[in-house]
Design a protein around this ligand. Structure first.
Ligand code: SAH
Length: 343
């Protein structure tokens, strides 16, 4: 299969075209056709010579997703199931959420996931491969076209572990950021990770303005390891050290995700441990009522417990909010993007 031309950042595209004997401004024109005008064929790139259009279509394809299924929640959230158009017929999911400040899309970064978190439905999907930069960006393009909207925020919280697909995710972000690309600022992008420590350092050194979210879920190594196997490789002390480095280098607040599961990580002892762990850090805690997945061991905490947990943290000087749940009736809420329909 030919390379998807949407995989290239503008600089990479300049290099590609240079190797074909073309001037850099040609790359800018192609890039604009792809991401501003959003054409689907090389023939439509009418400011290029017919000869160049032919050369491009011999070498590259313009990747496109097909919508296999679309579900709409009563709260307006939409879940899209896409056929990525590869030879294996792989399918992925993305979610569109509507907030008062605009539209947010939750994108997938991999086909399947290797992290094995016990509470997450993506764990049931066998890992197939990383999504390419063009495929990460395509989720936005396809949804904007179908829903006739402009996305303002992007969260890497769909299927996959973005820091396990670091280079492609970074390239996708460059395309998304580029004023000649999607022109969405890094401040409007969140990367969520289960805690791949070396990549957190790498991300910090890139000095992006993206928001980093850490899926913490417990401040206790034994408990966290039982929920998230990645904790065996990168325990909490190392994770927090990396987070402190990230904050120091970027001067940005980190968001800690904490999904509350009944009788597991939701009592006041847990809140106490969490407050101690995050004390003095430039941090925000996002409390999420855990979504029960099929055959899942965990069930949602009671509302009362969640509020108590939040109040304890707030009283201890830790900023904590309870995340509003969107799309749970269509299995589009946190961690629910699931195997159903997926190979
Ligand atoms: N791999 C990345 C991003 C994908 S998961 C990560 O781990 O952060 C996106 C978020 O949904 C994470 O915070 C994850 O912990 C959370 N999540 C997964 N399953 C969940 C569930 N069943 N209920 C609530 N949140 C869940």
């Amino acid at each position: 299969m030919k390379t998807n031309i949407k995989n290239f950042t503008l600089n990479e595209l300049k290099e590609e075209l240079k190797n074909m004997g073309e001037k850099p401004f040609r790359a800018e024109q192609v890039f604009k056709w792809l991401f501003s005008d959003r054409v689907e064929t090389f023939e439509e790139m009418t400011n290029l010579s017919i000869d160049l259009r032919n050369k491009l279509s011999e070498k590259y394809r313009i990747g496109k997703f097909n919508i296999v299924r679309k579900l709409e929640s009563i709260d307006g959230t939409k879940k899209y199931l896409f056929d990525v158009g590869d030879e294996e017929g792989n399918l992925i999911e993305s979610v569109l959420m509507s907030y008062h400040h605009g539209y947010t899309i939750c994108v997938s970064s991999q086909i399947g996931c290797r992290m094995g978190c016990k509470f997450c439905a993506s764990t049931g999907i066998p890992f197939s491969r990383n999504l390419e930069p063009g495929e990460i960006v395509e989720q936005i393009l396809a949804i904007e076209k179908d829903s006739n909207i402009k996305i303002s925020n992007i969260v890497f919280m769909g299927i996959g572990e973005p820091l396990d697909n670091f280079d492609y995710v970074m390239n996708a972000i460059q395309i998304i950021n580029d004023p000649k690309g999607l022109n969405i600022g890094a401040r409007h992008i969140s990367i969520s990770t289960s805690g791949i420590v070396p990549k957190i350092y790498e991300l910090a050194d890139k000095k992006t303005q993206c928001t980093l979210s850490i899926s913490l879920h417990s401040s206790n190594n034994k408990k966290r390891s039982s929920m998230m196997p990645v904790n065996n490789a990168y325990p909490i002390e190392e994770l927090i050290k990396a987070c402190k480095y990230y904050i120091k280098v970027t001067n940005k607040r980190i968001s800690f995700e904490y999904a509350l599961a009944k009788d597991n990580n939701d009592n006041l002892e847990d809140a106490k441990e969490l407050a101690k762990l995050l004390k003095g850090m430039l941090a925000h805690v996002n409390l999420i009522p855990i979504n029960k997945i099929e055959d899942g061991a965990y069930t949602k905490s009671s509302n009362e417990n969640i509020i108590k947990f939040r109040d304890y943290l707030n009283d201890a000087g830790i900023v904590a909010t309870i995340r509003r749940e969107l799309g749970s009736d269509i299995d589009a809420a946190c961690g629910q993007l699931r195997r159903q329909n997926l190979k």
